[in-house]
Design a protein around this ligand. Structure first.
Ligand SMILES: N[C@@H](CCC(=O)N[C@@H](CS)C(=O)NCC(=O)O)C(=O)O
Length: 220
C-alpha cells in the first residue's frame, strides 16, 4: 500500500519511460504522470535535476524514494509487486531474459538517444540523413541478433519467453516503435514482429502506448 500515489516522471514519446509504463500497467499499479518535455529540454531544469541528476527520464517517486534507470525500476517493481512475474523463476532462464532485454537497453537504445543525436549533429556536423542511417544501423544490428537468438530457442512461446509478456517485451515494444519511426525495414524479423503484434493487442500495452499518455501531442 502506498503512502502517496507514485509519481512517474515521463515523456510520452521516449522509449525508456515507455518500458516502465508497460511494467506498471502489467502490474496494475496506478500513478500520476509528471511530463518532462525532452524537446523543450525540461530534463535539464534544475528542479528535475534534483530528481534525477543524470537528466534522463524515467524517474519514479514511490514509497518515499526516487528510483531511476528503467530496468532498475522494473526490477524494483518485480521485487515489490511480484504478480504477475516479469522474470522467470530459474536463475538460468532469468539470465536469458535479462540478456535479451539488455541487448536492447544497453546495446541499441543508448546509441540512439536524443543527447547522442544532438552530439553527432553539433560536434560532427552530422546531417539528418546521416543521423537516421546511424539509428537504423544500431537498431537493425541489435534486433537481428535478437531474432537469431529466439529462432530456435525452445523457451520462446507467444512471447520471447513463454506465453506471457515479461521484461523483454517491456523493452522490445518501445524499441520496435522507434525502429518504425526511424524507417527501419523490419520485414526480415518475423518472430519479433509477431511478438510485437501480440503484445500491442493486450490491455496493458494499449494503456502504456505513447499516444494515450496525458502529455501526448501529435507530431507536427
Ligand atoms: N539507461 C537509461 C536511459 C534513459 C534515457 O536515455 N532516457 C532518454 C529518453 S528515452 C532521455 O531522457 N533522454 C534525454 C536526453 O537525451 O537528453 C534508462 O534505461 O532509464
Amino acid at each position: 500500500m502506498h503512502t502517496a500515489p507514485p509519481i512517474f516522471y515521463s515523456y510520452f514519446r521516449a522509449s525508456a519511460p515507455y518500458r516502465v509504463r508497460i511494467a506498471l500497467a502489467l502490474k496494475n499499479i496506478t500513478y500520476e504522470t509528471v511530463s518532462v518535455d525532452l524537446r523543450q529540454n525540461d530534463q535539464h531544469n534544475l528542479a528535475y535535476q534534483r530528481v534525477n541528476p543524470q537528466a534522463l527520464v524515467p524517474s519514479l517517486h514511490i514509497d518515499g524514494q526516487i528510483l531511476t534507470q528503467s530496468l532498475a525500476i522494473i526490477e524494483w517493481l518485480e521485487d515489490c509487486y511480484p504478480d504477475p512475474p516479469l522474470l522467470p523463476s530459474s536463475p538460468h532462464d532469468r539470465a536469458f531474459v535479462r540478456s535479451l532485454a539488455l541487448t536492447i537497453a544497453c546495446d541499441i537504445h543508448p546509441l540512439n538517444n536524443l543527447r547522442v543525436q544532438r552530439y553527432l549533429t553539433q560536434n560532427f556536423d552530422a546531417q539528418p540523413k546521416a543521423c537516421q542511417s546511424w539509428q537504423q544501423h544500431w537498431i537493425m544490428l541489435g534486433l537481428h541478433s535478437l531474432e537469431t537468438r529466439l529462432k530456435d530457442d525452445l523457451r520462446r512461446g507467444d512471447f520471447c519467453y513463454g506465453n506471457s509478456p515479461g521484461l523483454v517485451e517491456t523493452c522490445l515494444i518501445p524499441q520496435w516503435r522507434n525502429a518504425e519511426i526511424q524507417g527501419c525495414d523490419l520485414g526480415g524479423l518475423p518472430i519479433l514482429g509477431g511478438i510485437v503484434k501480440r503484445a500491442l493487442a493486450l490491455p496493458a500495452f494499449i494503456k502504456a502506448h505513447p499516444d494515450l499518455q496525458p502529455d501526448y501531442v501529435p507530431s507536427p
